[in-house]
Design a protein around this ligand. Sequence first.
Ligand SMILES: *Cc1c(COP(=O)(O)O)cnc(C)c1O
Length: 395
Amino acid sequence: MNKTLPDHLGHFGIYGGRYVPETLFAALEDLDRAYRLIRKEKKFQEELKYYLTHYAGRPTPVYEAKNLTEHFGRARIFLKREDLCHTGAHKINNAIAQGLLAKRLGKKRIVAETGAGQHGVASATIASVLRLQCVVYMGAEDIERQSLNVYKMKLLGAEVRPVNSGSKTLKDATNEAIRDWVTNVETTHYLIGSVVGPHPYPVMVRNFQSVIGIEARQYFQKSLKHLPDYLLACVGGGSNAIGFFHPFLKDRKVQMVGVEASGEGIHTLHHAAAMTMGSPGILHGMKSYLLQDKNGQVQLAHSISAGLDYPSVGPEHSHLKDTGRVRYETATDKEALEGFRMLTEMEGIMPALEPSHAIGFLPRLMPKTQKGQRVLICLSGRGDKDIETIRKHFL
Ligand SMILES: *Cc1c(COP(=O)(O)O)cnc(C)c1O
């Protein structure tokens, strides 16, 4: 593994970079410079640690799923419990850090994009506690589908702006958020929700989410005196997965599997398997695997879980796929529902539909493992938000 990745313009191999207009380039340079300065400051690190501990509820536990382990009769299965974070998922880790960064930069306003509304709620939450003004861009289509999260954002004091362009979903909301940022860069920070977008976002968000992997690695070393043999995580934009994987990348014996959403199947047009079925292309200021048609038009992504419904993926994942350090597999909507059912019935834990894809991949992973080995899954969020969807499918 090349330790210098990404380079100064954010390239992970051929991926990443900064495919943006000139006006945005300067803003990204400023952000990069400020981030690199601030991340070394003791005061910033202490403040971040305080909020992660006392506000978000870190460190999150590692739980051994003994019933699930017994069910498969192979390796021991462990869960990193990001579902126990404040607001119900790992997204708050990044939102807190970027919120504090925005404050240190003297910005009074944040803008964010959201698809399902999870990142919107996390952003509105930290805007409330850090006393920042918050505008969330959301596709009109998504506003219809996710009314509960829209209401939560409003309760938290955020303004939700509907986006009516394009497919009226996450891809279009992201474009609008970027546009707002360019126009209001003096007062505004763009709080991106995953390891995507132009440099420095993929590396910055990865570093903020690495707290997941750092904690997990420490726990295994200290309490189990052994690292996990397998790491398993779902991949949407890729922030929970890369934050989980990154601190283990140099541990050559630790095998890693990222699970993309294959929706109704990779051979239909209804999936979100960017790395499995896409090809390198440019979206939202970065080069990465991208679902696109013959003419290079972005193909719409589909997944039962709105959080995995993104037609591209963070550039570092694309690089890790090409180098072979991480294996990327897929799970269908049906397999994710099965994963949800398994964890709920056997462990009394209702996972969000996103990490249900990782659980749903277990029937294919476990037969390849041995007794005495250890599989650690990133349980990125809890299932409360998905209960209506689940009810419809299980009826
Ligand atoms: C948003 C979300 C994801 C997908 O985002 P990543 O950037 O790929 O982590 C996964 N799990 C949950 C619970 C989410 O809310």
